[in-house]
Design a protein around this ligand. Structure first.
Ligand SMILES: [Zn+2]
Length: 311
């Protein structure tokens, strides 16, 4: 079954998070991200791939260059608004020298090889048709000695295991193939994702099991503050069991030699690659409302500050 590419042009993804309905998941994910960011000093270039409406922007607003990438232009417009709102509320917060908003396919990322210090992707993988396509692209655009933070929905979670044991479902959470949830979502076996990461040339450094108490009866009965504290502890204890519905992986691209190249970004044209000819040396002619590849002459739109690099 092919997954639909994106529903977010017609559905406002902000609704999914509003009214504190998912305060616990939001807290859980941020806690995991902060653990995985800890100790990482090189705040050069970060890309949030599948950034949604920019919910997590304030976790990396102190990077020098931030790339917010999503397939949905609607999501990117909302991301711009989230960024504006964040600086209205926090005028003295750290500000990147550049924030780019790029509409693109995560399985054909229009960024040049080895440009990123960090790639982060949360709640994207379950929408993709090919996990290996995306993971290989992420590996390609990461610099050496950089970090990849990848979240995916875990089919082998505690709730699914219990349902299977008690005969409430026939589909085994232990089998390697993805589990389909409706028409738009896939859950994965952690082993399969770890394999894909290793195949792409990245090395897995850490795994955190997240949203360990995402069960309606707990969320309804237990105060958010208590659940959050329990989650923080559970992330440390349960991660080796990989039983949470959401898994965060930290992987890194091995360093070869010890020369650090540094950022040689000369604006947007130093970062982006043409998704049509995929020539890493491609340059671009940029005008106010369009951008043209110097190699294949393909034209892309720039609308309200969003680079639309979809094919
Ligand atoms: Zn081109």
């Amino acid at each position: 079954m092919e997954l639909r590419k994106s529903d977010y042009e017609t559905y406002d993804y902000r609704e999914f998070w509003q009214d504190n309905k998912r305060q616990y998941e939001d807290y859980s994910e941020r806690t995991a991200i902060r653990k995985l960011f800890a100790g990482f000093e090189n705040k050069g270039v970060i890309a949030d791939i599948g950034c949604g409406f920019g919910r997590l922007f304030n976790e990396y607003n102190d990077f020098n260059q931030v790339i917010m990438l999503d397939y949905s232009v609607n999501n990117l417009k909302n991301t711009m608004q989230s960024v504006k709102d964040f600086y209205l509320k926090n005028p003295s917060a750290g500000k990147p020298s550049n924030i780019y908003f790029i509409a693109a396919d995560a399985e054909n990322i229009p960024l040049k090889n080895e440009k990123l210090d960090i790639a982060i992707s949360v709640r994207l993988m379950h929408h993709l048709n090919s996990t290996s396509g995306f993971i290989n692209e992420a590996s390609r655009i990461l610099k050496k000695d950089s970090v990849f933070i990848l979240e995916f929905a875990n089919k082998k979670n505690l709730k699914n295991i219990l349902k299977f044991i008690f005969g409430k479902t026939a589909s085994s959470p232990f089998s390697p193939e993805p589990l389909y949830i409706g028409e738009t979502i896939r859950n994965y076996h952690p082993k399969e994702i770890l394999k894909e990461i290793q195949k792409s040339g990245l090395q897995v450094k850490r795994l955190i099991s997240v949203s360990n108490f995402r069960m309606a009866f707990l969320k309804n009965r237990i105060r958010a503050g208590i659940l959050n504290k329990a989650e923080n502890t559970a992330q440390s204890i349960f991660s080796f069991l990989r039983l949470g519905p959401s898994i965060f992986i930290k992987a890194s691209k091995p360093k070869e030699g010890n020369a650090y190249e540094g950022s040689d970004l000369s604006g947007i044209s130093g970062i982006i690659m043409c998704p049509s000819c995929r020539n890493n040396e491609s340059g671009f002619l940029i005008t106010e409302n369009g951008i043209t590849c110097s190699k294949c002459s393909r034209r892309f739109k720039i609308t309200d500050g969003i680079y639309d690099l979809r094919i």
